[in-house]
Design a protein around this ligand. Sequence first.
Ligand code: SOE
Length: 404
Amino acid sequence: MTPTEASEDEAGAPPTLGVGMVGYAFMGAAHSQGWRTVGHVFDLPLRPRLAAVCGRDPAAVRDAAARLGWAAAETDWRVLIARDDIDLVDVCTPGDSHAEIAIAALEAGKHVLCEKPLANSVAEAEQMVRAAEAARARGQLAMVGFNYRRVPAVAHARTLIEQGRLGTLRHVRVTYLQDWLADPDFPLTWRLRREYAGSGALGDLGAHIVDLVQYLAGEPIAGVSALSETFVKERPVPTGPSQGLSGSGGGALGPVTVDDAALFTGRLASGALASFEATRFAAGRKNALKLELNGSEGSLAFDLERLNELSFHDHTERAVSAGFRRILVTEPEHPYLAAWWPPGHALGYEHTFVHQARDLVEAVARGEQPAPSFADGLQVQRVLAAVEQSAADDARYTPVPAPR
Ligand code: SOE
């Protein structure tokens, strides 16, 4: 696929990459921020143009287009993906429509960025991988939006691991804790309904930490053993407009059909042991993604609530002075940082979407497969499915006799 030609009045500027986005709620706004900003910060071989955004409600999508910086608004995603001025389709809808939109966009000759988790089931994810492979043969690219890979400290952790600074990996422990469901009156939004979201904390938060572990360790999770729970089984149905993370409930109660929390252990292909926790009920924890990796030669720790920092312990140093030290990942030598502010100036959550756009635009310009690919997204989906299967399997849960 050739990116749309640069317009006459901008002779000398790099060619345009027309972007179309489906969905404009929280993730749509975050991706828009990435597309709007990326060309102003990074020196890119292609210039993203925010050609059109799509949503079903005509007034709301027109408003979103104006607010988020899109040149046009569409109400039918099939019309959006057919537009000649769109080279890349960014799918920011709930999971139940990822497969249909992404596959149709690939078949229409577009590159695709799809929000995480890739799909609501392994079967859908497999279809998406097949479509991406067929499109790849035609020169199109597909990527899944696991944005936390693009936190500079996380990318730097990956570099240190690739350089062998941890030696043989022994342990991974990772938690992703939020608390927005702790209130039992929080309404039954789409994120609490299996038919839209696929799963609950598992697919929403667990998908991120599964991806991060496989990315950082550079190897797949080979098996899992899990528990999950839905603490609040019914919630008020939203009466007015609602989004996944907001809305107000009415009188009637409806069933919550996803997990509220999932807890699992796993073994990586190399034999390292891993533990995972994903919940939306950890009162006081807002967006607390913490991970630690321990290897024979050293350890790394990261906390999303302090995302400019990485803790590193070099176990080859003399014990008398060894210990965890805090690396402030704000220097031009660190991933993505040279394009931003002078040394020592911090970044935040929104920058991960700018970096995501940067990496995808570079990959499109080079014609190289970006990471994480749809195949990586499928691998995450397989782990999530194994967790659900294990959690549902009572035979593997060993009850402890009650005290007399
Ligand atoms: C809600 O739990 C949520 O917005 C997730 O859907 C995102 O993927 C995560 O980055 C922040 O929390």
